[in-house]
Write a protein that binds this ligand. Structure first.
Ligand code: FO1
Length: 330
């Protein structure tokens, strides 16, 4: 058995930049070979005939130390010659593909066309990039996040990048998710006795975590796993740490608060990690039968990423025995 096939002790569900930050912290706080990261693929789309997988690539670039830390997506020291040339031709440039980033899309698309699975392609890219943790797309089938607006549905990147999240959101749907097969290694790991915790990264619940949970059998797999499920809040005080979450919570009729996130996840999480600023929310979350850890959850450098990851890992080991799922089973 190679180290890459070791049974994971931690599974992290990740989407977007917040997800990749905690994933990096986790990979630096434990044996990276024992970390399995399940990536959102609802943001994937075809552009210029290329298969783009933004959340997977954010993980690949972040965990290999190649990401542009300021932008959060794409590669550091990127150049934009292709985009500049396209612009001069009057081509479509609303979605920026960097010159070096294009190599990833070209290689992935070629391999997909030759019949290779997305999970196999990403596993090989992980090896090439020197990443010891496993990054696994939740499914090899296609799932498309659709954003419902009063003017009709928008594809995810149309909403997120082209329209800069300006349209009012009335809901989301995940085309293909119900009939998609979850990755087999992921399902196997969920029921493995070696699994110690499932961590929901501080990603957007609607557009990063829900597309993962909506894949046929995933939510049930989490609920039936003996391992506790621990979520890290993507909200501090009255604001989202990054991105359009606060706007979406408002538009969908939720209070912008960590409590809304705990409540949204309450049917399957055992532990919830909130920021020091939100310490007054502890009682309300505990009343949902969820254990709470209060700490600094803002990850603005590698030290705070590792600190948060270590705190989450320690907290998850304390949640193990007091898990409401285990209590229910007994
Ligand atoms: N985000 C942007 O805001 N503008 C872009 O032009 C853009 C291009 C892009 C290219 C490749 C890639 O992997 C990600 C890219 N992103 C861009 C980020 C991406 O749209 C979002 O961060 C995620 O889909 C949300 O998690």
């Amino acid at each position: 058995m190679t180290s890459l096939q070791m049974s994971p002790s931690i599974i992290a569900l990740s989407g977007g930049i917040g997800g990749s930050k905690l994933a990096l912290g986790l990979a630096n706080s434990m044996s990276p070979e024992r970390l399995m990261i399940i990536a959102n693929i609802g943001d994937d789309f075809k552009h210029f005939g290329l298969h783009i997988s933004p959340d997977i690539d954010t993980l690949l670039y972040t965990l290999s130390g190649k990401s542009d830390s300021k932008r959060g997506w794409g590669l550091a020291n990127e150049t934009w010659k292709v985009m500049e040339t396209l612009e001069k031709m009057g081509g479509e440039t609303w979605f920026k593909l960097g010159d070096m980033d294009l190599a990833t899309h070209l290689e992935r698309t070629k391999k997909l066309h030759s019949g290779e699975t997305l999970s196999n392609i990403i596993s090989n890219l992980c090896k090439k990039f020197g990443i010891k943790s496993r990054i696994i797309p939740v499914s090899d089938d296609i799932i498309q996040t659709m954003v419902k607006t009063p003017d009709g549905d928008l594809g995810f990147q149309e909403y997120f990048v082209r329209n800069r999240c300006k349209p009012i959101v009335t809901g989301f749907s995940f085309l293909g998710a119900k009939n998609a097969s979850p990755n087999k290694e992921f399902l196997k790991a969920l029921s493995s006795p070696n699994l110690k915790a499932i961590i929901i990264c501080p990603s957007n619940p609607f557009i990063s975590i829900d597309p993962i949970l909506s894949v046929n059998g995933v939510r049930e797999g989490l609920i039936n796993s003996h391992a506790p499920v621990i979520a890290v809040s993507p909200i501090i005080g009255l604001s989202a740490i990054k991105g359009p979450l606060a706007k979406q919570l408002n538009e969908l009729g939720y209070r912008v608060s960590s409590i809304s996130i705990a409540n949204y996840y309450s049917d399957f999480i055992d532990g919830f990690v909130i920021d020091n600023e939100d310490r007054l929310s502890v009682t309300e979350v505990e009343e949902m039968d969820i254990k709470v850890k209060v700490c600094n959850i803002l990850m603005n450098n590698i030290t705070t990423k590792i600190e948060l990851a270590k705190t989450v890992l320690k907290f998850s080991s304390q949640c193990y025995k007091s898990s409401k799922k285990i209590r229910k089973k007994n």
